[in-house]
Design a protein around this ligand. Structure first.
Ligand SMILES: NC(=O)c1ccc[n+]([C@@H]2O[C@H](COP(=O)([O-])OP(=O)(O)OC[C@H]3O[C@@H](n4cnc5c(N)ncnc54)[C@H](O)[C@@H]3O)[C@@H](O)[C@H]2O)c1
Length: 313
């Protein structure tokens, strides 16, 4: 791949998108962003806006707009744009399937027409439950436990079908729980940012259910590096990769760590217990072996970086 690749990032004004754009721009690539700002913000890209080729405010479901945008002869499309809220997918499955299935299909079709490599952000939530102490590798069974995970499995399937049918270069990524600066810290955000923000405001941390659900957290800049490595490694084509720290942390332990006895930890009723996954721990050895990737920021460092950023907001 040319040192200055032309890359479209859908959902590039969101949390993962903005960090991936920054990583690529720092490496000298040319980056376009398409985002409808439904959950992203222009201020997320303010730091490097002048280095972007273009920030297009628009929807992945807008076929005309997407078709025009692809006239830019991209080398790679990194597809992040999606409705990401699990509860919202349960309350409004139509929106979820329109954005995540139809929207993904629109982007994929343009990739096929222009022979653009498609790198897809799926999710570790697609996996069937595991026993405590087990790690999840890419061959683990899948389970559409809610409309959101079903939409991600569907996205993976249609993308893989284009690899098999049309030989389109594709890569599928299943990141575990990412956290860090620019993740939303209001009720729509990630648990890490929500907890740190509440702690900074002196408010109690609210844990869903008994808090024994475990997650594998890893820091956003490690995730951006994982995504970029997957984009530029020919051995990644047609493959699926997990990414995580390989360490499972119970949400109640995370809450207690962040609360640090300075604010209360409250246990509240879970909104969607049936869609909850109790154990999540990544086996990322495939990414390590093929992409030469592993996370380098530990939990303490990541929490500190996130806290500093939230304090500055
Ligand atoms: N954050 C995580 O821990 C995590 C883990 C695994 C997978 N993912 C996946 O990675 C991707 C990015 O996640 P994120 O945390 O950065 O979410 P995010 O909501 O911050 O980013 C998604 C972006 O897509 C935009 N968007 C949504 N629908 C759109 C549409 N129809 N047209 C154009 N833009 C649209 C939003 O405005 C937002 O900026 C998502 O596909 C998500 O499912 C996230």
């Amino acid at each position: 791949m040319d040192i200055k690749a032309k890359i479209l990032i859908t959902g590039g004004a969101g949390f993962m998108g903005r960090w991936t754009a920054k990583n690529l721009l720092d490496k000298g690539h040319k980056v376009w962003i398409l985002d409808n700002l439904s959950n992203g913000f222009e201020k997320n890209v303010e730091e490097f806006k002048d280095k972007l080729e273009e920030l297009v405010i628009g929807d992945i479901k807008d076929r005309k707009l997407v078709s025009n945008l692809f006239k830019n002869n991209f080398d790679i499309c990194i597809h992040f744009a999606a409705a990401i809220d699990v509860q919202e997918s349960i309350d409004n499955p139509e929106k979820c399937f329109n954005d995540n299935c139809l929207g993904t299909f629109n982007i994929l079709e343009e990739c096929r027409r222009h022979n653009v490599k498609m790198v897809f952000a799926s999710s570790a939530l697609v996996y069937k439950k595991i026993e405590p102490g087990q790690k999840i590798a890419e061959g683990h069974s899948l389970n559409p436990s809610c409309p959101y995970t079903a939409s991600k499995i569907n996205g993976e399937d249609i993308i893989m079908s284009y690899f098999k049918t049309y030989n389109l270069p594709v890569v599928i990524l299943r990141p575990f729980s990412i956290y860090g600066p620019y993740q939303r810290s209001d009720s729509e955000g990630g648990v890490m940012s929500i907890f740190i923000n509440k702690k900074l405001k002196g408010e109690p941390l609210e844990v869903f259910g008994d808090g024994k659900q475990g997650r594998d957290f890893f820091y956003i800049e490690d995730c951006a590096e994982f995504i970029v490595k997957a984009c530029f490694n020919d051995k990644a084509i047609g493959e699926i990769f997990n990414a995580g720290s390989g360490i499972e942390l119970k949400i109640k332990d995370l809450a207690e760590k962040i609360a640090d006895n300075k604010v209360e930890v409250k246990f509240i009723k879970h909104h969607h217990p049936h869609a909850e996954i109790m154990n999540m721990c990544a086996d990322s050895s495939k990414a390590e072996n093929i992409l030469g990737w592993k996370p380098i920021i530990n939990l303490e460092q990541g929490i500190n970086k996130t806290t500093q950023w939230l304090k500055s907001q």
